[in-house]
Ligand binder design. Structure first.
Ligand code: SF4
Ligand code: SF4
Length: 202
């Protein structure tokens, strides 16, 4: 699937949710980094809509607090109808799924707000086999991130944590300390989001 080139816009929501513009900027930076890395590599990307083995095999997807706010907002306010009900059910049962709770019919239900880690994991040449984690089976086919843009996105994200000093943001990213902010997507308590979704039907 081709990475999205433009920054997403939710004008009304961005006025109401002061953290949302920063998240959308960060995602845009992340997308630009992915697009640049794919172009630099030159090979054909195997990832495509409907291909989602990675959403089952990757049990340790990092999610940062700002990303989590975005996922929760999107699930509560943008999902509707049958898709919303199915996501809600999966969030309630997520510990038994053996897959990401947002995976519905081999597609990501929160695709516009999916975490950076999901945006960045791309595989060249051939589609992953069922249960295959290409990171281990054929690392040479896994996209190497554009570190300049990836780190820029992480530095910008630290503004959400009120770290105003640019040198400190750089230090936290370059030392890897920034990753301590992340939680594993599968370990989160998604039941509470499912309950909020029940109370806030759009
Ligand atoms: S990483 Fe593998 S399973 Fe996931 S979309 Fe790409 S080819 Fe498909
Ligand atoms: S958030 Fe979306 S892309 Fe990421 S693992 Fe879950 S279903 Fe897959």
């Amino acid at each position: 699937m081709k990475p999205q080139a433009d920054r997403l816009r939710f004008p009304e929501d961005e006025k109401r949710q002061p953290w949302l513009p920063l998240l959308l900027e960060i995602q845009h930076l992340s997308n630009l980094g992915v697009a640049a890395a794919i172009k630099a590599d030159g090979r054909r990307l195997a990832c495509a809509r409907g291909c989602a083995s990675c959403c089952r095999t990757h049990a340790d997807i990092p999610v940062y607090p700002l990303e989590l706010m975005g996922i929760a907002w999107y699930a509560e306010e943008k999902l509707a109808g049958e898709l919303r009900s199915r996501v809600q059910r999966q969030l309630q049962l997520h510990r038994e799924l053996g897959a990401c709770p947002f995976l519905i019919d081999e597609a990501c239900a929160i695709h516009p707000l999916r975490p950076m880690a999901c945006r960045q994991f791309n595989v060249f040449n051939i589609v992953c086999a069922s249960g295959e984690d290409a990171f281990h089976t054929r690392p040479g086919d896994v996209l190497k991130p554009d570190m300049k843009r990836k780190n820029e996105a992480l530095r910008e994200m630290l503004r959400h944590h009120d770290i105003k000093d640019g040198r400190e943001r750089r230090r936290l990213v370059e030392s890897g300390e920034v990753h301590r902010l992340a939680q594993s997507l599968r370990e989160l308590r998604w039941e509470s989001l499912a309950a909020r979704m029940s109370r806030s039907r759009p």
